[in-house]
Design a protein around this ligand. Sequence first.
Ligand SMILES: [Zn+2]
Length: 265
Amino acid sequence: MSFEGKYNVKSPAVKRLMREAQELHEATEEYCAHPLDDNLFEWHFTVHGPPSTDFEGGVYHGRILLPPEYPMKPPNIILLTPNGRFEVNKKICLSISGHHPETWQPSWSIRTALLALIAFMPTPGNGTIGSLDYSTEERQKLAKKSLSWQCDSCGKIADLLSKDTAKTPITEEEQHMLDTIALKAEEASTNEPSFSSSIENVSESELRQRRMDTQPETHEQQEAEIIVNPQVETMSSSNDLFWSILIATLLFAIILLVLRRLFLV
Ligand SMILES: [Zn+2]
């Protein structure tokens, strides 16, 4: 693939994507990804279903859409192979959970997105938008079927992964990222904002607040989040404790000053 003549190689997105294409050039047993021949901003990927899960033995193919602002803005993932966990042909966004769910780190990459997707497949869908809660049996059936699934431009996906190249081990930094990352499905066709009641670890009001803080444009999008990191609550409660102690200390100091004034005059 040659993009040199077609794109401005000085653009940070182009530079970065060309580097990532080089890095991901060789397929591993875990995943592979490559830009389309005529579009550096659309990639096709294939991932292996994670072992010891309903998806073991399955192979899943999809598209990665990169915004012109990449890596400042996150990529979108669209799964094409029926899998029983994510709806096909629907965008799944990557974001970080916690107080700033919209924060995508520019140091993350397409590899990051794929690792997050693999890590998320076995998590419960909980009825959130874009998630499917198929039974183990149905998912295993789909995993078997996926081996004969074909992509119009890439061919038979089971042949795309390498059997000889072991997966690149996850670094400590990547593990940390996987612990804090969240996947969010989005649906652009509905006008009603959705407040899912089935999200673990985050209260409804907190979720509403977060949506208001970060997504003024949600009228156009119906979105759901899967939050992996349960630190949100602990963080807010330790924050509360800090403020209570501070206020108590200030009150105590004021009372001391008043008493001193009363008795020393
Ligand atoms: Zn393809």
